[in-house]
Design a protein around this ligand. Structure first.
Ligand code: GDP
Length: 424
């Protein structure tokens, strides 16, 4: 039995898609266990470039089973659009399933996401407006709908009516917008259920079988710093991206998760609001990283905030989620810089801090940087550690020291083969 978790070690967008795609080549089952269609993965492989939102990243390998687990907020409309794009790209999607317990994203979730963000004004969270937060809110409030509800029209209708009995007063009285029609929504979602019927399953027997017989990969979304408990709350996502959450969101025994790969970019980015101590701001290096690294949101197109590698946040993420190793991505984006910086601590209110504190203090954090010499040679062609410039190797070693776990993989380009397996 072997379960590997691949999770984000920063604020999301670390290049997990490429890493999961790589690991998926050795997996029999790939599972998404949290999140929803709010964050995207980009996968580049010989079949083309695929932007995935809900579909697990193992989808590009024939014969690999892909599962959307119970912990996910499932948007059927996005899912069907994604399947259509994949099939158009020549990808076979027969082994793609969703657990009947996954929470449904409903039309009022998307509407509430927008209305609530607008109401927050300057304190907005910067959500992707895909309705994920409100869907998890309904789940916690015990009026959420489940994917399995799509298979029984009368039951579906009663669940929609029950949820709307709580939601419509909020829409009309709090936000002054028209109430939603239970009949229209039931018809729309019943139609989704008809198309998805064959893919909706009880995943427990499937997961149990692969636990006995195969390799399982669980794929996290976003990064540890967006965890609702451990992240920079309230600028967080609404389900846990930690590896431990896979035990719940995918039905995996906690003791079965033997390897936790934390994907970290060789610098740091963050999309949306919230404290981000290493941000480079408006200066030329920030813009250089943004342009060269293509740091714009997959779902929203928003420019990402760029900063140097945050050793404090990444070490914290490694400790909190039990990472066993780092997969370092986008090292090639730093090629050509005369110097590179690493954040080794924060100054907060006159003290040096080496962990991620609560928001009140994190808002005041100023980075303490260590500066290392950069490298001018391109790393993109490197295929083993010895191919890397000495200064790039030194940079990687320093990251290992600061974060406290080994860097096992280094990515120097978007393609599968642009990856270095480090010795040891
Ligand atoms: P994810 O959600 O964590 O997968 O992050 P993104 O969707 O932002 O993916 C990162 C982007 O960078 C994608 O376009 C990848 O193809 C690309 N990418 C991944 N690894 C590397 C790398 O090592 N070098 C470069 N240049 N691009 C990469």
């Amino acid at each position: 039995m072997a379960v590997t978790a691949v999770i984000g070690a920063q604020w999301g967008d670390e290049g997990k898609g490429k890493m999961v795609d790589l690991f998926a080549g050795q997996a029999d089952l790939v599972i998404r266990y949290q999140g929803g269609a709010n964050a995207g993965h980009t996968i580049v492989n010989p079949l083309g470039t695929f932007k995935l939102r809900l579909v697990p990243s193992g989808i590009c390998y024939p014969g690999v089973t892909n599962l959307i687990g119970p912990g996910v907020a499932f948007d059927p409309e996005t899912f069907l659009t994604e399947i259509a794009a994949l099939e158009q790209g020549g990808i076979v999607t027969d082994l793609l399933f969703v657990d009947e317990r996954a929470t449904l994203v409903m039309p009022w979730h998307r509407l509430l996401d927008r209305l609530e963000e607008e109401a927050r004004g300057d304190a907005k969270i910067g959500t992707t407006l895909k309705g994920i937060g409100p869907a998890f809110t309904d789940k916690a409030a015990r009026r959420g709908l489940k994917v399995g509800d799509l298979l029984d029209k009368a039951w579906l209708g009663s669940q929609v009516e029950w949820a709307l009995s709580a939601i419509n007063p909020v829409l009309t009285r709090r936000f002054g917008v028209p109430a939603m029609s239970a009949t229209a929504i039931t018809e729309e979602y019943w139609a989704y259920g008809q198309v998805l019927r064959e893919r909706i399953i009880d995943s427990l027997p499937l997961v149990r079988r692969f636990l006995r017989e195969g390799q399982i990969l669980v794929e996290g979304q976003l990064g540890v710093l967006r965890d609702p408990d451990w992240g920079t709350y309230p600028y967080v996502t609404s389900s846990s991206p930690l590896a431990g959450a896979a035990a719940v969101g995918a039905g995996i025994p906690p003791w079965a998760i033997g390897r936790v790969v934390g994907v970290a970019k060789a610098y740091t980015t963050s999309v949306g609001e919230g404290p981000f101590p290493v941000e480079i701001g408006e200066d030329a290096t920030g813009d250089y990283l943004r342009q060269k690294g293509g740091e714009f949101g997959v779902v929203t197109g928003r420019p990402r905030r760029c900063g140097w590698f945050d050793g404090v946040a990444t070490r914290y993420a490694a400790e909190v989620s039990g990472m066993t190793e780092i997969a370092l991505t986008k090292l090639d984006i730093l090629d050509g810089l005369s110097e590179v910086k690493l954040c080794t601590g924060y100054y907060i209110d006159g003290a040096i801090v080496d962990t991620v504190p609560p928001l009140r203090l994190m808002e005041m954090a100023r980075p303490i940087f260590e500066t290392l010499p950069g490298w001018s040679e391109p790393t993109a062609g490197a295929r083993c550690e010895a191919d890397l410039p000495e200064n790039a190797r030194r940079y990687i070693r320093r990251i290992e020291e600061i974060v406290g776990i080994p860097v096992r993989l280094v990515s120097v380009g978007p393609e599968r083969n642009e990856t270095i397996t480090m010795p040891g």
